[in-house]
Design a protein around this ligand. Structure first.
Ligand SMILES: Nc1ncnc2c1ncn2[C@@H]1O[C@H](COP(=O)(O)OP(=O)(O)O)[C@@H](O)[C@H]1O
Ligand SMILES: [Mg+2]
Length: 239
């Protein structure tokens, strides 16, 4: 394990059934960082996240989180260790109110005082959710639903939160807002790893970034360095 890392995925090989999608993929996150993963469609970015959170079991490789080997651990137990996951597609319970959605996120938290404290932190980050707490989530805009989905993950007070394509399919003003919120979350002390199609913006806010291609590590480094790298620019940033 790398010194001081909160999460280390080391040489992960695996995928779906007998088909390997990931080949020796390694990723790490240090406390307080934003780490962005970019790469073409089908590169294995979502598969990497699903493997880290326990939805898929790697065939080889190890995943260490907060000093513990979590390789192959069940998703609910991974969540209890403090690793939250916001899947692609801003999934909310549409018939439930914003508040009910957030409370669902806290299902692993038993003490009422802790739920209240978590709710206050989520409302401080997303004031619109406090204003709309009685509104059915299904009636909100895409950007607001994404805030509900993120807020729900934050209700467990995670040590690390993985976000898969948080800006995908959102109207431009909400794309900007979500990236601002990610930076705000970092300032508030959260540690984030995200996958993004919006590669330039994801690298611009990242302490470090990774480029995955065809299930392999292709480039990695500080976000600003990747942004300025001529090969990364040409191949992945449309420049
Ligand atoms: N449930 C699944 N079963 C089988 N293959 C899948 C499944 N989900 C994704 N794949 C395949 O895994 C590869 C990587 O997909 P994915 O991790 O979703 O890529 P990315 O998130 O980088 O776009 C693709 O070839 C995709 O078709
Ligand atoms: Mg994906």
């Amino acid at each position: 394990m790398k010194d001081g890392a909160l999460l280390t995925a080391e040489k992960i090989t695996g995928g779906y059934g007998k088909i390997d999608i990931l080949h020796d993929v390694s990723l790490s996150v240090r406390p307080g960082e934003i780490v962005s993963i970019i790469g073409p469609n089908g590169a294995g970015k979502s598969t990497a996240f699903k493997t880290i959170v326990g939805l898929l079991r790697p065939r080889t490789g190890t995943i260490n989180f907060n000093g513990e080997d979590i390789t192959g651990l069940r998703p609910d137990l991974v969540l209890r260790r403090g690793l939250a996951y916001v899947p692609q597609g801003r999934i909310v319970f549409p018939q439930m109110t914003v508040l009910e959605n957030l409370e669902m996120g806290a299902y692993i938290v038993t003490e009422t005082a802790r739920v209240t404290a978590a709710l206050e932190r989520v409302y401080a980050l997303f004031p619109v959710l406090a204003e709309r707490r009685k509104q059915k989530a299904g009636t909100m805009s895409g950007g607001e639903q994404q805030m509900v989905a993120i807020g729900r993950a934050l209700m467990t007070v995670p040590k690390l939160i993985l976000l898969d394509e948080p800006s995908l399919g959102l109207a431009p003003k909400f794309v900007t807002l979500i990236f601002e919120k990610l930076v705000e979350m970092k300032r508030a002390g959260y540690t984030l790893m995200l996958v993004e199609q919006n590669a330039a913006r994801a690298l611009a806010i990242a302490d470090r970034g990774y480029v995955l291609e065809l299930g392999r590590n292709r480039f990695e480094g500080p976000g600003q360095r990747l942004l300025a790298d001529p090969d990364v620019k040409r191949l992945y940033l449309g420049g």
